[in-house]
Design a protein around this ligand. Structure first.
Ligand code: PLP
Length: 378
Protein backbone atom coordinates (compact mmCIF):
# COMPACT_ATOMS: atom_id res chain seq x y z
CA UNK A 1 0.00 0.00 0.00
CA UNK A 2 1.39 3.36 -0.94
CA UNK A 3 1.65 6.19 1.57
CA UNK A 4 0.73 9.64 0.35
CA UNK A 5 2.26 12.51 2.33
CA UNK A 6 2.06 15.14 -0.42
CA UNK A 7 -1.36 16.58 0.31
CA UNK A 8 -0.24 20.19 -0.04
CA UNK A 9 0.49 19.44 -3.71
CA UNK A 10 -2.83 17.85 -4.36
CA UNK A 11 -5.36 15.60 -2.64
CA UNK A 12 -7.25 12.50 -3.65
CA UNK A 13 -10.75 13.46 -4.80
CA UNK A 14 -13.29 12.36 -2.18
CA UNK A 15 -16.22 10.10 -3.08
CA UNK A 16 -18.69 12.97 -2.69
CA UNK A 17 -16.74 15.03 -5.23
CA UNK A 18 -16.41 12.12 -7.67
CA UNK A 19 -20.12 11.36 -7.45
CA UNK A 20 -21.04 15.00 -8.01
CA UNK A 21 -18.63 15.26 -10.95
CA UNK A 22 -20.12 12.13 -12.49
CA UNK A 23 -23.59 13.57 -12.01
CA UNK A 24 -22.38 16.76 -13.68
CA UNK A 25 -21.18 14.83 -16.72
CA UNK A 26 -24.21 12.58 -17.00
CA UNK A 27 -27.08 14.80 -15.90
CA UNK A 28 -26.03 18.45 -15.86
CA UNK A 29 -24.09 18.75 -19.10
CA UNK A 30 -26.18 21.59 -20.45
CA UNK A 31 -24.67 25.05 -20.88
CA UNK A 32 -25.59 27.25 -17.89
CA UNK A 33 -26.04 30.16 -20.31
CA UNK A 34 -28.73 28.33 -22.34
CA UNK A 35 -32.25 29.61 -21.79
CA UNK A 36 -33.91 26.17 -21.98
CA UNK A 37 -34.43 23.81 -19.07
CA UNK A 38 -31.15 21.94 -19.58
CA UNK A 39 -29.28 25.21 -19.23
CA UNK A 40 -31.35 26.13 -16.20
CA UNK A 41 -30.54 22.78 -14.59
CA UNK A 42 -26.81 23.32 -15.10
CA UNK A 43 -27.05 26.89 -13.81
CA UNK A 44 -28.89 25.70 -10.70
CA UNK A 45 -26.15 23.13 -10.04
CA UNK A 46 -23.49 25.87 -10.32
CA UNK A 47 -25.45 28.16 -8.02
CA UNK A 48 -25.92 25.36 -5.52
CA UNK A 49 -22.13 24.89 -5.33
CA UNK A 50 -21.69 28.68 -5.14
CA UNK A 51 -23.95 28.81 -2.09
CA UNK A 52 -22.09 25.97 -0.36
CA UNK A 53 -18.74 27.71 -0.85
CA UNK A 54 -20.16 31.10 0.13
CA UNK A 55 -21.64 29.63 3.34
CA UNK A 56 -18.34 27.94 4.17
CA UNK A 57 -16.50 31.29 4.32
CA UNK A 58 -19.44 33.36 5.55
CA UNK A 59 -20.34 35.50 2.56
CA UNK A 60 -23.19 35.97 0.11
CA UNK A 61 -23.34 33.68 -2.92
CA UNK A 62 -22.93 36.57 -5.31
CA UNK A 63 -19.44 37.25 -3.91
CA UNK A 64 -18.12 33.86 -5.15
CA UNK A 65 -16.79 33.61 -8.73
CA UNK A 66 -15.66 30.28 -10.14
CA UNK A 67 -12.28 30.06 -11.86
CA UNK A 68 -9.95 27.32 -13.09
CA UNK A 69 -8.05 27.30 -9.79
CA UNK A 70 -6.29 29.51 -7.29
CA UNK A 71 -3.62 30.57 -9.78
CA UNK A 72 -6.30 32.15 -11.92
CA UNK A 73 -8.12 33.54 -8.89
CA UNK A 74 -4.99 35.32 -7.68
CA UNK A 75 -4.13 36.62 -11.15
CA UNK A 76 -7.63 38.10 -11.48
CA UNK A 77 -7.56 39.48 -7.93
CA UNK A 78 -4.15 41.10 -8.15
CA UNK A 79 -4.00 42.32 -11.75
CA UNK A 80 -7.74 43.06 -11.92
CA UNK A 81 -7.73 45.22 -8.78
CA UNK A 82 -4.48 46.96 -9.78
CA UNK A 83 -6.06 47.82 -13.14
CA UNK A 84 -9.23 49.07 -11.46
CA UNK A 85 -7.63 51.14 -8.71
CA UNK A 86 -3.99 51.55 -9.69
CA UNK A 87 -4.10 54.63 -11.91
CA UNK A 88 -3.05 56.97 -9.11
CA UNK A 89 -2.00 54.55 -6.37
CA UNK A 90 1.05 52.61 -7.41
CA UNK A 91 2.32 50.76 -4.34
CA UNK A 92 1.73 47.08 -3.60
CA UNK A 93 2.74 45.46 -0.31
CA UNK A 94 3.19 41.70 -0.10
CA UNK A 95 5.17 39.04 1.75
CA UNK A 96 8.39 37.55 0.43
CA UNK A 97 7.07 33.99 0.80
CA UNK A 98 4.01 34.01 -1.46
CA UNK A 99 3.17 31.18 -3.83
CA UNK A 100 4.39 31.78 -7.38
CA UNK A 101 0.84 32.55 -8.55
CA UNK A 102 0.82 35.68 -6.36
CA UNK A 103 4.52 36.45 -6.61
CA UNK A 104 4.62 36.32 -10.41
CA UNK A 105 1.38 38.30 -10.79
CA UNK A 106 2.93 41.05 -8.69
CA UNK A 107 6.24 40.81 -10.57
CA UNK A 108 4.31 41.49 -13.79
CA UNK A 109 2.79 44.62 -12.26
CA UNK A 110 6.25 45.76 -11.21
CA UNK A 111 7.30 45.64 -14.86
CA UNK A 112 4.47 48.00 -15.72
CA UNK A 113 5.44 50.63 -13.16
CA UNK A 114 4.04 49.54 -9.78
CA UNK A 115 6.30 49.90 -6.75
CA UNK A 116 6.47 46.64 -4.81
CA UNK A 117 7.37 46.32 -1.13
CA UNK A 118 8.14 42.72 -0.18
CA UNK A 119 8.12 42.09 3.56
CA UNK A 120 10.47 39.39 4.87
CA UNK A 121 10.31 37.54 8.17
CA UNK A 122 12.91 38.32 10.87
CA UNK A 123 16.03 36.21 11.33
CA UNK A 124 14.02 33.65 13.28
CA UNK A 125 11.55 33.27 10.43
CA UNK A 126 8.76 35.22 12.17
CA UNK A 127 6.66 37.89 10.44
CA UNK A 128 5.98 41.09 12.35
CA UNK A 129 2.55 42.53 11.40
CA UNK A 130 3.90 46.05 11.93
CA UNK A 131 6.32 45.60 9.05
CA UNK A 132 3.34 45.25 6.69
CA UNK A 133 1.27 47.93 8.42
CA UNK A 134 4.09 50.48 8.38
CA UNK A 135 4.78 49.85 4.68
CA UNK A 136 1.26 50.93 3.70
CA UNK A 137 0.63 54.60 2.91
CA UNK A 138 -1.81 56.71 0.90
CA UNK A 139 -0.09 55.65 -2.32
CA UNK A 140 -0.85 51.95 -1.66
CA UNK A 141 -3.38 50.19 -3.89
CA UNK A 142 -3.11 46.57 -2.75
CA UNK A 143 -1.83 44.39 0.08
CA UNK A 144 -1.55 40.67 -0.71
CA UNK A 145 -0.61 38.27 2.09
CA UNK A 146 -1.10 34.50 2.14
CA UNK A 147 -2.74 32.74 5.09
CA UNK A 148 -0.69 29.53 5.32
CA UNK A 149 2.65 29.12 3.62
CA UNK A 150 2.66 26.10 1.34
CA UNK A 151 6.27 25.08 2.05
CA UNK A 152 6.50 25.35 5.83
CA UNK A 153 2.89 25.61 7.06
CA UNK A 154 3.74 28.96 8.71
CA UNK A 155 0.52 30.86 9.49
CA UNK A 156 0.88 34.52 8.63
CA UNK A 157 -0.80 37.12 10.89
CA UNK A 158 -3.21 38.15 8.14
CA UNK A 159 -6.14 39.10 10.41
CA UNK A 160 -3.99 41.52 12.38
CA UNK A 161 -2.32 42.99 9.30
CA UNK A 162 -5.55 43.51 7.35
CA UNK A 163 -7.61 44.82 10.26
CA UNK A 164 -5.15 47.60 11.11
CA UNK A 165 -4.60 48.50 7.46
CA UNK A 166 -8.34 48.64 6.79
CA UNK A 167 -8.84 50.90 9.80
CA UNK A 168 -6.10 53.28 8.70
CA UNK A 169 -6.59 53.07 4.94
CA UNK A 170 -10.09 51.74 4.14
CA UNK A 171 -9.55 52.13 0.39
CA UNK A 172 -6.54 49.83 0.21
CA UNK A 173 -7.54 46.49 -1.35
CA UNK A 174 -6.62 43.39 0.66
CA UNK A 175 -6.07 39.99 -0.98
CA UNK A 176 -5.40 36.68 0.75
CA UNK A 177 -4.31 33.41 -0.83
CA UNK A 178 -6.16 30.99 1.47
CA UNK A 179 -5.39 27.83 -0.50
CA UNK A 180 -3.52 25.97 2.26
CA UNK A 181 -5.86 27.19 4.99
CA UNK A 182 -9.26 26.54 3.43
CA UNK A 183 -11.08 23.60 5.04
CA UNK A 184 -8.16 23.21 7.49
CA UNK A 185 -8.33 26.30 9.67
CA UNK A 186 -11.21 28.78 9.90
CA UNK A 187 -11.43 31.06 6.85
CA UNK A 188 -14.19 33.64 7.46
CA UNK A 189 -14.48 36.75 5.34
CA UNK A 190 -15.72 38.82 8.29
CA UNK A 191 -12.72 37.95 10.44
CA UNK A 192 -10.01 38.09 7.78
CA UNK A 193 -10.86 41.60 6.56
CA UNK A 194 -9.92 40.48 3.05
CA UNK A 195 -11.59 42.07 0.02
CA UNK A 196 -10.37 39.23 -2.19
CA UNK A 197 -9.73 35.57 -1.34
CA UNK A 198 -8.29 32.83 -3.56
CA UNK A 199 -9.41 29.21 -3.13
CA UNK A 200 -8.52 25.99 -4.91
CA UNK A 201 -10.54 22.80 -5.43
CA UNK A 202 -7.85 20.16 -5.75
CA UNK A 203 -6.21 20.94 -2.40
CA UNK A 204 -9.43 19.99 -0.63
CA UNK A 205 -10.31 16.65 -2.20
CA UNK A 206 -11.98 18.01 -5.29
CA UNK A 207 -10.78 18.06 -8.90
CA UNK A 208 -7.92 19.96 -10.51
CA UNK A 209 -9.05 22.78 -12.76
CA UNK A 210 -11.54 24.46 -10.47
CA UNK A 211 -11.21 27.19 -7.88
CA UNK A 212 -12.97 30.28 -6.66
CA UNK A 213 -12.37 33.93 -6.04
CA UNK A 214 -14.24 35.79 -3.31
CA UNK A 215 -14.78 39.43 -4.19
CA UNK A 216 -16.28 41.60 -1.47
CA UNK A 217 -19.39 43.47 -2.51
CA UNK A 218 -18.47 46.85 -3.96
CA UNK A 219 -14.89 45.97 -4.94
CA UNK A 220 -14.20 46.64 -8.62
CA UNK A 221 -12.13 44.22 -10.69
CA UNK A 222 -11.19 44.68 -14.34
CA UNK A 223 -11.58 41.20 -15.88
CA UNK A 224 -8.52 39.61 -17.49
CA UNK A 225 -10.58 37.33 -19.75
CA UNK A 226 -13.19 38.88 -21.99
CA UNK A 227 -16.00 37.04 -23.70
CA UNK A 228 -19.48 35.82 -22.84
CA UNK A 229 -19.60 37.53 -19.44
CA UNK A 230 -20.08 34.32 -17.45
CA UNK A 231 -19.47 34.66 -13.72
CA UNK A 232 -20.85 38.21 -13.90
CA UNK A 233 -18.15 39.14 -16.38
CA UNK A 234 -15.31 38.47 -13.92
CA UNK A 235 -14.34 35.23 -15.66
CA UNK A 236 -15.78 34.76 -19.12
CA UNK A 237 -15.89 31.25 -20.57
CA UNK A 238 -18.44 28.46 -20.20
CA UNK A 239 -18.37 27.20 -16.62
CA UNK A 240 -16.99 23.71 -15.94
CA UNK A 241 -20.25 22.55 -14.40
CA UNK A 242 -19.10 19.06 -13.29
CA UNK A 243 -15.92 20.33 -11.62
CA UNK A 244 -17.80 23.14 -9.92
CA UNK A 245 -20.33 20.58 -8.64
CA UNK A 246 -17.45 18.45 -7.34
CA UNK A 247 -15.93 21.49 -5.60
CA UNK A 248 -19.26 22.21 -3.89
CA UNK A 249 -19.62 18.58 -2.86
CA UNK A 250 -16.17 18.36 -1.25
CA UNK A 251 -16.71 21.63 0.65
CA UNK A 252 -20.09 20.34 1.84
CA UNK A 253 -18.49 17.07 2.97
CA UNK A 254 -15.51 18.69 4.72
CA UNK A 255 -17.04 21.80 6.31
CA UNK A 256 -18.62 20.07 9.33
CA UNK A 257 -15.33 18.30 10.13
CA UNK A 258 -12.75 21.12 10.06
CA UNK A 259 -12.15 21.13 13.84
CA UNK A 260 -12.20 17.35 14.20
CA UNK A 261 -9.75 16.95 11.30
CA UNK A 262 -7.53 19.71 12.69
CA UNK A 263 -7.32 17.93 16.04
CA UNK A 264 -6.62 14.57 14.41
CA UNK A 265 -3.90 15.97 12.13
CA UNK A 266 -2.37 17.95 15.04
CA UNK A 267 -2.02 14.71 17.01
CA UNK A 268 -0.55 13.05 13.94
CA UNK A 269 1.99 15.85 13.55
CA UNK A 270 2.95 15.49 17.20
CA UNK A 271 3.43 11.77 16.70
CA UNK A 272 5.51 12.40 13.58
CA UNK A 273 7.71 14.93 15.38
CA UNK A 274 8.27 12.61 18.33
CA UNK A 275 9.20 9.74 16.02
CA UNK A 276 11.49 12.04 14.02
CA UNK A 277 13.30 12.95 17.24
CA UNK A 278 14.42 9.29 17.48
CA UNK A 279 16.46 9.76 14.29
CA UNK A 280 19.78 11.50 14.05
CA UNK A 281 20.55 14.44 11.78
CA UNK A 282 16.96 15.56 11.25
CA UNK A 283 15.96 19.19 11.58
CA UNK A 284 12.32 20.21 11.78
CA UNK A 285 12.07 23.48 9.89
CA UNK A 286 8.39 24.22 10.55
CA UNK A 287 7.37 26.21 13.62
CA UNK A 288 5.59 24.22 16.34
CA UNK A 289 2.54 26.51 15.93
CA UNK A 290 2.48 26.18 12.13
CA UNK A 291 -0.40 24.48 10.36
CA UNK A 292 -0.21 20.81 11.41
CA UNK A 293 -0.95 19.83 7.82
CA UNK A 294 2.53 20.83 6.58
CA UNK A 295 5.81 19.76 8.18
CA UNK A 296 9.08 20.76 6.57
CA UNK A 297 12.18 18.82 7.64
CA UNK A 298 15.80 18.54 6.54
CA UNK A 299 17.79 15.32 6.44
CA UNK A 300 21.37 16.34 7.01
CA UNK A 301 23.80 15.55 4.18
CA UNK A 302 21.20 14.08 1.78
CA UNK A 303 19.81 16.19 -1.03
CA UNK A 304 16.03 16.46 -1.14
CA UNK A 305 15.63 14.73 -4.50
CA UNK A 306 17.77 11.76 -3.46
CA UNK A 307 15.70 11.10 -0.34
CA UNK A 308 12.44 11.85 -2.19
CA UNK A 309 13.22 9.14 -4.76
CA UNK A 310 14.44 6.72 -2.08
CA UNK A 311 11.12 7.12 -0.29
CA UNK A 312 9.30 6.82 -3.59
CA UNK A 313 11.01 3.45 -4.14
CA UNK A 314 9.19 2.42 -0.93
CA UNK A 315 5.95 3.88 -2.31
CA UNK A 316 6.05 6.79 0.10
CA UNK A 317 5.32 10.11 -1.58
CA UNK A 318 6.58 13.41 -0.19
CA UNK A 319 7.66 16.64 -1.79
CA UNK A 320 11.09 18.20 -1.97
CA UNK A 321 10.72 20.87 0.67
CA UNK A 322 11.91 23.91 -1.23
CA UNK A 323 10.43 23.29 -4.65
CA UNK A 324 7.73 25.40 -6.19
CA UNK A 325 7.38 23.45 -9.41
CA UNK A 326 9.08 20.34 -10.80
CA UNK A 327 12.07 20.80 -8.50
CA UNK A 328 12.70 24.47 -9.33
CA UNK A 329 13.75 26.27 -6.14
CA UNK A 330 11.41 28.95 -4.89
CA UNK A 331 13.80 30.57 -2.40
CA UNK A 332 11.05 30.60 0.25
CA UNK A 333 12.94 28.44 2.77
CA UNK A 334 15.92 30.80 2.58
CA UNK A 335 13.49 33.66 3.23
CA UNK A 336 12.45 31.83 6.40
CA UNK A 337 16.11 31.87 7.43
CA UNK A 338 17.19 28.36 6.47
CA UNK A 339 20.80 27.87 5.45
CA UNK A 340 21.56 26.65 1.93
CA UNK A 341 22.48 23.26 3.42
CA UNK A 342 19.15 22.83 5.20
CA UNK A 343 17.22 24.05 2.21
CA UNK A 344 19.02 21.67 -0.17
CA UNK A 345 18.05 18.71 1.99
CA UNK A 346 14.49 19.78 2.80
CA UNK A 347 11.46 17.53 2.49
CA UNK A 348 7.84 18.57 2.83
CA UNK A 349 5.53 16.10 4.50
CA UNK A 350 1.96 17.26 4.06
CA UNK A 351 -0.65 15.35 5.98
CA UNK A 352 -4.32 14.59 5.54
CA UNK A 353 -7.02 13.36 7.90
CA UNK A 354 -6.85 10.01 6.12
CA UNK A 355 -3.20 9.43 7.13
CA UNK A 356 -2.41 7.19 10.11
CA UNK A 357 0.25 6.62 12.77
CA UNK A 358 1.19 3.32 11.19
CA UNK A 359 1.94 5.17 7.94
CA UNK A 360 4.22 7.44 9.96
CA UNK A 361 5.92 4.36 11.42
CA UNK A 362 6.55 3.09 7.87
CA UNK A 363 7.86 6.49 6.85
CA UNK A 364 10.26 6.67 9.81
CA UNK A 365 11.56 3.18 9.00
CA UNK A 366 12.14 4.12 5.37
CA UNK A 367 13.76 7.42 6.31
CA UNK A 368 16.13 5.66 8.74
CA UNK A 369 17.03 3.03 6.13
CA UNK A 370 17.52 5.80 3.57
CA UNK A 371 19.88 7.70 5.86
CA UNK A 372 21.97 4.56 6.42
CA UNK A 373 22.04 3.28 2.84
CA UNK A 374 22.48 6.58 1.04
CA UNK A 375 25.24 7.82 3.34
CA UNK A 376 26.99 4.39 3.33
CA UNK A 377 27.01 4.22 -0.46
CA UNK A 378 29.20 7.32 -0.69
N1 PLP B 1 -1.49 29.14 -3.59
C1 PLP B 1 -0.92 28.22 -2.79
C2 PLP B 1 -0.51 28.59 -1.41
C3 PLP B 1 -0.71 26.92 -3.26
O1 PLP B 1 -0.15 26.00 -2.46
C4 PLP B 1 -1.11 26.61 -4.58
C5 PLP B 1 -0.84 25.27 -5.15
O2 PLP B 1 0.22 24.72 -4.96
C6 PLP B 1 -1.71 27.61 -5.37
C7 PLP B 1 -1.87 28.86 -4.83
C8 PLP B 1 -2.16 27.33 -6.78
O3 PLP B 1 -3.37 26.66 -6.78
P1 PLP B 1 -3.97 26.00 -8.13
O4 PLP B 1 -3.20 24.74 -8.36
O5 PLP B 1 -5.41 25.78 -7.84
O6 PLP B 1 -3.78 27.01 -9.22
Amino acid sequence: MSIYFDNASTTKPCKEAVEAINRGFSECWGNPSSLHSMGVKAQLAVDDARKIIADSIGCESRCIYFTSGATESSNIAIKGSAMAYGKRHKKIVTSSVEHSSVKESINELEKSGFEIVRISPDKNGIFNPDDFINAVDENTVLVSVMLVNNETGYILPVKKIFSVIKRRFPDVITHCDCVQGFMKIPVRTGELNADLISLSGHKIHSAKGVGALYIKKGIRIIPLINGGKQESGIRSGTESVPLIMGFGASVKALSPHIEEHYKYVSDLKQYLCSRLSELEDITINSESDASPYIINISVSGIRSEIMLHWLESREIYVSSGSACSKGAKSGVLEEFGLSQKLSDSALRISLDFSNTESEIDEFIKALRDGQQKILKSR
